[in-house]
Design a protein around this ligand. Structure first.
Ligand code: FAD
Length: 475
């Protein structure tokens, strides 16, 4: 270790906190961005960070930031590395601040129903710990065992049971963070915020561009007493979307509401639906009397909307396999691009986004193997679409990139043209940053001004979240 920066960090924190070996740097060279992973299978080199700093406390993280800030060195906070949009992929001269050793669950408050944990605690570990005490956060992203609580806040994550429990922004009641120069800040925990603007919002979705989250306090709920599962077949996606809209409009909030298109229904639940039919999965949970009332009411709404009951079987199957993504890894290792794109829009236009995106990509991307979609996070005002697609590009990094953007450009442009949100929960990262100015429109300068105020030297995660371009040229 002969670099002056590395020597200073090692002296301050201890040499075991400053990792420079090739394997660790290669591991922190990318998150789970499918484009970079598939390019790596054909030999693309990804520049790793200059070094990986692994603090064991918020004080150590602050000390590291002070040094990096004084020396003008870019920093990329690295959580679980499960982000899929390149948010934690460090530029060549950056230092990765690995939060994995901030892994202590600090406090459960059973009276006020909160739990406080260091940012690097894996959500899966927190849920097991809470479960033994009879509680849950209600937050179950598919990456529950891959993501840290700090990372989930930093990306505005959504869980599979979001229709009842809300997304991470509905659960966050307090946090501690470090500004780019290491200055600590703390907020809450309070049940509601009215002391001016809600400053928690600065950190929700901040993606490491404003500073580093070191601790979070989340709401918890007693584990639900009862649960009921129901599945239905619907003639098509549009009819299914109308059924979901009807349920939410009446005030019902089933924890899980998933509508899979015919392609996904046939692929993941063979023999369950007829050709062309969409598959609706519903899960109600809570106090027994509530669950009975909700499941009967939503079944009636589904029947009135033309749904055919299929019993609980498909939902049981989904529960069993919902976090299994081994096929994704397998396909990537074979040089096949497999990726997901989630967007959101109001009920009046979500069906059109689904129809246009799937038709356009099938017609215009010759390398496409498959594109399918589902809705999995619904609100009275609208819902999300989660596209899953795969393509077989020529085995060359530049060609992979071309095919990749040919799909992404079409989804982003169609969503923008129809007034939707280009992201529902995977974040902006480096992937979506070029579309941010157009997504936010007149509010983009406000975001840019916040970035400039909090991080005037542009040292926090440069290239992610806030850039000033207007989309990708070859759209
Ligand atoms: C198989 C799979 C399934 C997934 N399913 C879901 C899902 O159901 N719902 C969902 O919302 N997401 C899902 N994701 C995406 C991913 O898990 C989330 O984006 C997650 O929130 C990332 O957390 P992380 O700790 O892994 O963060 P990282 O990937 O390490 O980082 C993500 C971003 O946050 C920043 N960051 C991380 N920690 C901090 C911190 N403490 N302070 C400041 N900035 C920080 C990083 O710089 C980066 O910009 C999935 C990903 C995979 C691979």
């Amino acid at each position: 270790m002969n670099d002056a920066l590395l020597l200073e960090l090692a002296e301050l924190l201890g040499a075991d906190r400053v990792l420079t070996d090739k394997a660790t740097r290669a591991q922190r060279a990318v998150d789970t961005w499918p484009l970079r992973l598939v390019q790596r299978t054909v030999g693309a080199e990804l520049p790793g960070p200059r070094c990986v700093v692994r603090p064991h406390s918020a004080d150590e993280a602050a000390a590291a930031l002070r040094v990096l800030h004084a020396r003008g060195v870019p920093v990329v906070p690295y959580g679980g590395g499960s982000g899929v949009v390149g948010g934690a992929q460090p530029p060549a001269d950056a230092v990765a601040l690995d939060l994995g050793a901030l892994d202590q669950i600090l406090h459960i408050d059973e009276e006020n129903l909160t739990v406080t944990a260091q940012a690097g605690v894996m959500l899966g570990k927190l849920e097991v710990w809470l479960g033994k005490k009879g509680y849950t956060t209600g937050h179950y992203p598919q990456s529950i065992d891959l993501a840290q609580v700090g990372g989930l806040v930093a990306t505005r994550s959504a869980g599979q049971f979001s229709t009842k429990y809300g997304n991470i922004e509905d659960m966050l009641v307090g946090l501690a963070a470090l500004l780019p120069d290491g200055t600590p800040v703390r907020l809450g925990p309070v049940p509601r915020w009215a002391a001016g603007p809600d400053l928690r919002g600065l950190w929700l979705g901040s993606e490491g561009a404003f500073g580093v989250i070191t601790e979070v306090t989340l709401k918890i709920v007693p584990k639900p007493a009862a649960r009921r599962l129901q599945a239905f077949a619907l003639p098509n996606m549009r009819d299914g979307l109308m059924v979901i809209q009807g349920m939410l409009r009446e005030g019902w909030r089933p924890a899980v509401v998933r509508l899979h298109d015919a392609s996904e229904a046939e692929r993941s639940y063979p023999g369950v639906t007829n050709e062309g039919e969409a598959l609706l999965l519903l899960l109600s949970e809570g106090p027994n009397t509530y669950v009975i009332a909700e499941s009967e009411a939503i079944a009636a709404i589904a029947s009135a909307g033309g749904a055919r009951p299929l019993g609980p079987g498909p939902v049981e199957k989904w529960l069993e396999h919902r976090n299994d993504v081994h096929l994704f890894d397998q396909l990537i290792s074979m040089g096949i691009i497999v990726d997901t794109i989630e967007v959101a829009a109001g009920w009046d236009r979500i069906g059109e986004i689904y129809d246009r995106v799937t038709a356009q990509i099938r017609a215009e991307v010759p390398e496409l193997l498959v594109i399918s979609g589902h809705s999995s996070h619904s609100y009275p005002q609208g819902t999300n679409l989660y596209f899953i697609w795969a393509a077989q590009p020529p085995q060359d990094p530049a060609e992979m990139e071309r095919v990749y953007w040919s799909v992404w450009n079409r989804v982003m442009e169609t969503t923008l043209a129809l007034g939707g949100s280009i992201v529902h929960h995977h974040g902006i990262g480096r992937l979506r940053a070029p579309w941010m100015a157009r997504q936010l429109g007149t509010s983009f300068p406000l975001l840019a001004a916040l970035k400039q105020t909090l991080d005037p030297r542009g040292l926090m995660n440069p290239g992610a979240l806030v850039t000033d371009t207007g989309g990708r040229e070859e759209a």
